[in-house]
Design a protein around this ligand. Structure first.
Ligand SMILES: [Zn+2]
Ligand SMILES: [Zn+2]
Length: 280
């Protein structure tokens, strides 16, 4: 069994890179990809632990991209060589735009009368500070009684605190990853095109035409019907198949590394071998 989709506390998970490697070893995973949002920090930190433990660790990332008006998560794997310096510089610029959004968000929340600082929020998010980290501080300070309320009242797109950040067009992300020697995979297609299967097929074709290499057929949120349909899409558009739990530790209770939601997941090692053979 392998897991090609997981998050550390360097993005929005709760496990440190060392703890995640430990969990993978406990489960007997044959390979693990760390796919933090917009950063390789967690992967980089996990490398020595994986080496010591004898775990096959795969360099991955999950990019937030724009397709039409929608946000689409695009996984990328660097299976053959590490990402280029050019790609890492591009990524750094993306992180900087997120930091700028965070600075604006803090100002708005302070204007709304809340006692909150960026330093407080950044202790929750480390490399990548995202809206859930703002929510957590608001919750701890008693401004809201749940994460849901934090989003509804302050952080959601319709809420007064919301600040739009720059997101990369999906075509650009696909091209960047390809140029850097990686392969892209459409993350959790169940959340794409509002799970309208016909529209999804049209979108996946466009992404495949743009150079996307794979689709995440197996995921904790996918029903057996989803899996069957996404498998068909992979065949139809000549895409490789990926799969993983999308493990976030305590930030997504009920999802286990490797086995997903109530053991609905078991991704075989052969899938990784095929992915490797699909070198773009
Ligand atoms: Zn995602
Ligand atoms: Zn994810």
């Amino acid at each position: 069994m392998i897991d090609l989709h997981s998050h550390t506390d360097q993005s929005d998970g709760t496990f440190t890179p060392a703890e995640l490697v430990g969990e993978a070893m406990k489960l007997g995973l044959e390979a693990l990809a760390i796919t933090d949002h917009d950063t390789f920090k967690g992967y980089d930190m996990a490398v020595p632990y994986a080496k010591e433990a004898g775990l096959e660790l795969i360099c991955g990332i999950e990019l937030s991209t724009k397709f039409g008006g929608a946000t689409v998560h695009m996984l990328a794997y660097f299976l053959w060589e590490p990402p280029t310096a050019e790609f890492c510089t591009w990524l750094e610029a993306l992180l900087e735009s997120r930091r700028e959004r965070n600075r604006q968000l803090i100002v708005k929340l302070q204007d709304l009368g809340l006692d909150i600082t960026l330093a407080e929020v950044e202790t929750k998010g480390r490399t990548l500070t995202a809206r859930p980290h703002f929510g957590r501080v608001l919750l701890e300070k008693g401004y809201v009684s749940s994460m849901q309320e934090a989003f509804d009242k302050y952080l959601d797109e319709a809420a007064p605190g919301y600040v739009q950040r720059r997101e990369v067009p999906v075509d650009e992300a696909i091209a960047r990853v390809k140029a850097a020697g990686g392969i892209t995979s459409l993350a959790h297609p169940v959340r794409v095109a509002k799970n309208d299967w016909d529209t999804l097929a049209v979108w996946v074709k466009k992404m495949a035409d743009a150079g996307m290499g794979a689709i995440e057929v197996f995921h904790s949120d996918h029903t057996p019907e989803n899996v069957a349909y996404y498998g068909q899409l992979a065949e139809r558009f000549g895409l490789a198949v990926t799969g993983g739990s999308d493990f976030h530790g305590g930030n997504k209770p009920g999802i286990d590394l490797g086995t997903g939601h109530r053991r609905n997941l078991s991704v075989p090692y052969s899938l990784l071998a095929k992915l490797r053979a699909a070198r773009p």
